[in-house]
Design a protein around this ligand. Structure first.
Ligand code: ADP
Length: 447
């Protein structure tokens, strides 16, 4: 087992990882920018190292500074959290070259999954169902038209190097396609420095369902069920639940089994998420994330297994603590992402939190790095906390969520809490009856 882990992140996830390390009896080091000297994870860590000024490029993304911090403190492993360097293959390779363990998969696996065309090709080879579309990058308009005619309109053009929903264009007709191809290519070139695009069938009313997987790096793979993350705004997840209200146990075990086998065959190590669109009973792979996800606590709530503990165990060579047959799904869990944003316009609302009171009681978990008097710096993303609620079934979970939201107080800044208070009372949400467009349509109505 590791002696000392360096946490290369900030906010709630840095604290989340720190807690796991403490529970495993591992010493902790955190790195932080000058804007984060007062952060909770910095206060609670055994050691902290300031690695630079506020802009992420000069601190949380500064590989040299982070490696230097490892060397100075004698950390033998790095947990990257999510975002920042968590899916940076070069970072994983550099750490390996310094004999520091990256708590995550190999640089090669990160590289494969970071290239969407390569990821889709790999998924297909591993027996994972994919969205019908071109085999690889589209070379010209003629080929795009031929593929689109084959799979049928509407189609979506996507950037191979894409991320964050950028570089995607939908075409309903052949005329649309010409324009969509050109715009997608130039957007991808400008945003990612790589204008390779591919084409796939556009699904009109899918749900976003993702499977949590783990590989032990020694040829074993397991799945921890799925999460439904269909409630999104601008492709950003807002509310996540496990299990998905749309799946039954048989579908869960079928898609979970396919993913676990794929992970085993890939020889993958650590936590990963295989994301699908789900429509009319069919799953369609869209991408794989090679890291811990923001929404992992809903999986922890229904399985009772600490996924960060598992990541650390696997990375240290200790293997997974559970076999597939040990993983049971208990009750229902929902996570609300609480952002420092205006609940209607979603404009960021940094500033000082004058009062912070979190709900408690059975089945309630709040993961947050903020506190009364904390000043939210304007440099980073606006997630200030996550409320995760667990109940024996979805109805109990929703009632408990409603109660927890009523207790939650964040004063001094605007947050998205009022949005969740509205959603929890909505009949479609109560029935679990929503697809990936539901939230945008609801917000557009301005009810
Ligand atoms: P990114 O990495 O940029 O987030 P993804 O491939 O994960 O890109 O897709 C992001 C979102 O775009 C999906 O959650 C879905 O809302 C939409 N999307 C992607 N592919 C399709 C498709 N074939 N049909 C319909 N919507 C899609």
């Amino acid at each position: 087992m590791f002696q000392k882990i360096l946490i290369a992140n900030r906010g709630e996830i840095a604290l989340r990882v720190l807690r796991a390390c403490k529970e495993l009896g591992i010493q902790t080091v955190v790195v932080h920018s000058t804007a984060d000297s007062d952060a909770m994870h910095v206060r609670l860590a055994d050691e902290s190292v300031c690695i630079g000024p506020p802009p992420s490029r000069e601190s949380y993304l500064n590989i040299h500074q982070i490696v230097a911090a490892c060397e100075i403190t004698g950390a033998d492993a790095v947990h990257p959290g999510y975002g920042f360097l968590s899916e940076n293959a070069k970072f994983a390779d550099i750490l390996a070259a310094h004999n520091i363990t990256f708590i995550g998969p190999s640089g090669d696996h990160i590289r494969i999954m970071g290239d969407k065309i390569e990821a889709k090709r790999t998924a297909k080879r591993l027996g994972i169902p994919v969205v019908p579309g071109s085999d690889g990058a589209i070379s010209d308009e003629k080929e795009a038209k031929r593929v689109a005619a084959e799979i049928g309109y509407p189609v979506i053009i996507k950037a191979s190097a894409g991320g964050g929903g950028r570089g995607m264009k939908v075409a309903h007709t052949e005329v649309d396609l010409e324009v969509a191809l050109q715009t997608a290519k130039s957007e991808a070139g400008a945003a990612f420095g790589d204008d390779a695009v591919y084409i796939e069938k556009y699904l009109e009313k899918p749900r976003h369902i993702e499977v949590q997987v783990f590989g032990d790096g020694a040829g074993r793979g397991v799945h921890f069920g799925e999460r439904d993350c269909s409630l999104q705004r601008r492709h950003q997840k807002v509310w996540e639940e496990a299990n998905s209200p749309a799946l039954n146990a048989e579908e869960r075990s079928r898609i979970g089994g396919i993913c676990a086998t794929a992970i085993a065959d890939l020889g993958y190590s650590g936590a990963g998420t295989i994301e699908f669109l789900y429509e009319n009973g069919e799953f369609y792979f869209i991408e794989m994330n090679t890291r811990l996800q923001v929404e992992h606590p809903v999986t922890e709530a229904i399985t009772g297994i600490d996924l960060v503990h598992e990541q650390i165990r696997v990375a240290s060579g200790g293997g997974l603590s559970v076999r597939q047959e040990d993983i049971k799904f208990n009750g229902h869990a929902i996570e609300c992402r609480i952002n420092a944003e205006d609940p209607r316009t979603f404009t960021p609302s940094p500033g000082t939190i004058t009062h912070f009171h979190t709900p408690g009681g059975l089945g309630i978990r709040v993961d947050s790095g903020v506190y009364s008097g904390y000043k939210i710096p304007p440099y980073y993303d606006s997630l200030i906390g996550k409320l995760i609620v667990h109940g024996r079934n979805r109805v109990e979970c929703m009632m408990r969520l409603r109660r927890a939201l009523d207790e939650f107080v964040v004063d001094g800044i605007k947050t998205t809490l009022p949005l969740f208070r509205d959603l929890v009372g909505n009949p479609d949400i109560a029935n679990g009856d929503y697809d990936i467009h539901w939230l945008e349509k609801y917000l557009a109505k301005g009810e």
